[in-house]
Design a protein around this ligand. Structure first.
Ligand code: FA5
Length: 353
């Protein structure tokens, strides 16, 4: 055995060492064992070459072959242990005779959209179709935006319409009682003509009952331009309500009062439960009040036009509306208690997605 043969053998051992690293099952390990220890394997073929060597080299060659044999054997034994212990891990995931990893998986719970999210999206989509832009405003407001700029100055009796939660009474910082302050913020930001809606949380010192929550959601609408009149308001709201509920519903406008609109209207739809015949949901009247609306009061435009003449009430008109999203969702889905929306009961929430 000359040097060349020794080098070749060392190289083969190196290949064996790399080869065993990637083996992870018994079948491949057995193939590896045969390749090095089998009848035509590496060790035997070197052993057979000893006889053909000069006598003085034979003891060295014998020692070398023993070294390689022991080394390959230790690689083999270690790998065998490794495979046994990894299959032991698999065993612990067995169920009876069936490995758990072949078992059908447990179906995960799906996430559901909250009914208020679904209804809000439906409502927004209808207004988007009619060219309305989507805006938002802050939930923490000042007295000015929530009241004064909306023609409801201090000591105005209409302030009693909204039981207000103040964060700082002296600084006149409060949680907005409605989304109408967004009207003022928008008019200070963009020039007419425009049409927008704004959705968000509102807060009132209202006790929880089946139709009231201290935190609820409103959608505000505002359309301002030249020659906007009550017929536009009616056309847009009737189209919206028929799209949202059902083209068969009837829509009723009754005179109402809001300090920031004149004239103002309270808008009802024929009861979606009894189809207008009279039931407990509509209190026997056949009608469900659903939103407040009206033509923007000239005083409101006056507050803006002091800084921006584009809002002079002589030049432009507009209409606004505001609706409670929870109340609309209750009617749409026949939900009898507003508190269901906030209880986080998955059995309730998963019915709508
Ligand atoms: C307003 O808040 C006016 N800003 C609406 C408006 C906007 C009128 C623009 C004219 C022009 P009102 O206080 O009626 O109006 O509230 C509107 C809707 O909010 C109600 O019809 C109701 O659906 C909902 N709402 C009011 N209070 C609560 C409450 N505590 N819980 C749940 N929904 C409520």
């Amino acid at each position: 055995m000359n040097n060349e043969i020794f080098e070749k053998a060392e190289k083969e051992i190196e290949i064996a060492q790399h080869g065993i690293k990637n083996i992870s099952d018994n079948e491949k390990l057995e193939q590896w064992r045969i390749k090095y220890f089998g009848r035509k394997g590496l060790i035997l073929s070197f052993t057979q070459k000893i006889g053909g060597l000069p006598e003085e080299l034979r003891p060295l060659a014998g020692r070398k072959i023993n070294e390689w044999k022991n080394y390959l054997n230790s690689l083999y034994e270690n790998k065998k242990k490794e495979i046994i212990s990894s299959s032991a891990i698999k065993e612990t995931f067995h169920h009876g005779s069936m490995p758990l990893y072949t078992y059908p998986g447990k179906e995960p719970d799906y996430a559901y959209l909250h009914p208020l999210t679904i209804v809000t999206k439906n409502m927004v989509d209808i207004f988007k179709k009619m060219g309305f832009g989507i805006h938002t405003g802050p939930e923490i407001e000042t007295d000015y935006y929530n009241f004064s700029a909306l023609n409801t100055p201090e000591n105005h009796p209409a302030r009693d319409m909204w039981d207000t939660l103040y964060l700082d009474y002296h600084e006149k910082i409060l949680l907005r009682t409605h989304t109408s302050p967004v009207q003022i913020r928008i008019m200070k930001k963009i020039k007419p003509p425009f049409r927008i809606i704004a959705v968000g949380k509102c807060f009132r010192r209202d006790a929880f009952d089946s139709s009231h929550s201290p935190v609820f959601h409103q959608m505000e609408g505002l359309m301002v331009g030249h020659g906007i009149n009550f017929a536009h308001l009616k056309g847009i709201l009737i189209y919206f309500l028929k799209e949202l509920f059902d083209s068969e519903i009837k829509v009723r406008f009754l005179p109402a009062y809001f300090p920031f609109t004149e004239p103002s209207a309270e808008i009802s739809i024929s009861c979606v439960i009894c189809k207008g015949k009279g039931c407990s949901t509509c209190g026997g009247s056949g009608w469900l009040e659903i939103l407040g609306a009206g033509m923007v009061h000239p005083e409101v435009f006056g507050n803006i036009s002091r800084k921006d003449p584009a809002y002079s009430p002589d030049k432009i008109t507009g209409f606004a509306f505001g609706m409670g999203i929870e109340r609309i969702a209750m009617l749409k889905y026949g939900i009898d208690d507003i508190r269901h929306f906030y209880n986080n009961d998955i059995r309730f929430i998963s019915q709508f997605g």
